[in-house]
Design a protein around this ligand. Structure first.
Ligand SMILES: Nc1nc2c(ncn2[C@@H]2O[C@H](COP(=O)(O)OP(=O)(O)O)[C@@H](O)[C@H]2O)c(=O)[nH]1
Ligand SMILES: [Mg+2]
Length: 362
């Protein structure tokens, strides 16, 4: 089984590998990979990508989100201040801004509620809560557009974002999701900068019988991903998920590498990648807006995943992202477990954040 994962000879870690050279490397690597079977699934051990099987009764959005800073402060404010007054509105505005909903969005939301109070639309704070719920859902509904990977075969999903946001973890969770839906997958260890990143994906693939195409650290990322697409085509796989190194927009060489990945994939399938999925750390706050803007300008982004919305996250950034870009939010990460990557559902998300009814939070 280890044979499948044996280290391939890395091409020289050069930024200026020509496409011809890339294709030669790819041919060699592909032949190597296709010789062997993927590993046998074993689930023991611990590593960064969760391998636990789907739990029979997965936790609700509310259970997952209730610990988040946003949900706690919303719950607290209605519990402290169940009267429909200016204090409640002020605190609500502060709470939205603190949770990174964005200043304009927060003031707009509260101003709108204030007007409706002026028109005596609400009998009590409970009615205000209901209105807030529906206004928040209205902001998020347009970006609730689930990813459909059945539009192409193989469907190429390129996962991008800055370091540590949860790209590799998300790939593990997505792979399990697609696999459990009966799809054949190929993963590409395109984060060739950190040896640990390649190992993380390989270990995960080995344990879940999913082939992982890798060429060792320092290899050319475009070459690895190109290789994965060729492998997927020859195996009639349904989905290719490509990992990439975390990068900042200031790292020009790394940003250019994404362009190169696009060009190289385009040689096999002009429409590939079919989805550029940008992963955002939900705890990042307003800086997430800058990150999306920069990645969108330099490589193009077709969908978002917002991770780490459990715990102390300021889930408000979803509202800011939705208003600013209108990009589909495909999935959200509500924890580190395999079931904690959920298809984004605006209503479930808002319901998870807001108290169910007043008096239920003490
Ligand atoms: N709490 C929580 N942690 C997450 C979530 N998604 C990823 N992580 C953690 O974030 C850390 C970085 O993840 P990784 O996938 O290596 O990030 P990458 O550098 O973007 O590939 C790991 O410790 C993950 O377990 C999530 O939804 N919730
Ligand atoms: Mg990674």
């Amino acid at each position: 089984m280890l044979k499948f994962w044996k280290k391939k000879e890395s091409p020289p870690p050069s930024e200026t590998v020509s496409l011809d050279a890339v294709e030669q490397v790819v041919e060699g690597a592909q032949a190597d990979v296709l010789d062997d079977d993927a590993g046998v699934a074993t689930l023991e051990g611990s590593h960064s990508v969760d391998t636990t099987p789907a739990a029979p009764g997965k936790r609700s959005w509310r259970e997952r989100l209730s610990g988040s800073g946003f949900a706690r402060s919303l719950g607290g404010l209605f519990a402290r201040n169940p009267k429909l007054d200016e204090d409640l509105l002020d605190e609500l505005e502060t709470c939205l801004i603190t949770a990174d909903v964005g200043v304009t969005a927060s003031t707009d939301l509260v101003e709108n509620l204030r007007k409706r109070i002026g028109k005596r639309e609400f009998a009590d704070a409970d009615a205000l809560l209901t209105a807030l719920r529906s206004e928040l859902v209205t902001v998020l509904k347009p970006v609730e557009k689930p990813l459909d990977v059945d539009t192409h075969r193989p469907f190429v999903l390129l996962v991008v974002g800055v370091n540590g946001v949860g790209k590799t973890t998300t790939i593990g969770k997505l792979a399990r999701r697609f696999q459990s839906e009966g799809r054949a997958l190929v993963l590409a260890a395109g984060d060739t900068f950190r040896a640990a990143a390649v190992e993380q994906l390989k270990t995960w693939g080995e344990r879940n019988s999913v082939p992982v195409i890798a060429q060792g650290s320092g290899a050319d990322s475009a070459s690895v991903i190109f290789d994965a697409l060729q492998t997927a085509r020859s195996r009639h796989a349904d989905v290719v998920i490509a990992d990439t190194a975390g990068r900042l927009h200031t790292q020009v060489g790394l940003m250019d590498e994404l362009g190169k990945i696009r060009r190289v994939l385009g040689k096999i399938d002009a429409q590939s990648p079919h989805e550029v999925l940008m992963v955002i750390d939900g705890t990042t706050g307003q800086n997430a807006i800058n990150q999306v803007r920069q990645f969108r300008e330099s490589i193009g982004v077709s969908g978002l995943v917002v991770t780490k919305l459990d715990g102390t996250a300021k889930g408000g950034v979803l509202f800011a992202l939705a208003r600013e870009f209108g990009l589909p939010i495909r999935y959200v990460g509500l924890g580190e477990g395999i079931d904690d990557l959920r298809v984004f559902d605006a209503q479930a998300f808002v319901d998870g954040l807001l108290p169910a009814a007043l008096g239920s939070n003490s």
